[in-house]
Ligand binder design. Sequence first.
Ligand SMILES: [Zn+2]
Length: 61
Amino acid sequence: MESEQQALCMICKDVKEDGIHICTSFLCTDCESELVQTDVLDDKYAFFISQMRQIMLKKNA
Ligand SMILES: [Zn+2]
């Protein structure tokens, strides 16, 4: 039985096995947990939102 496939995280640009797939992009568990703890005013959160927006725009295109 095949295990989880590795994917390139859209935030840290690292190849990880564990994480969530958002549309065609991937977010590793490390970045996901980091984002959960990140304040909405933090630059990282703004970066994440901009990344998400790009994904959404691609999806709706
Ligand atoms: Zn990551």
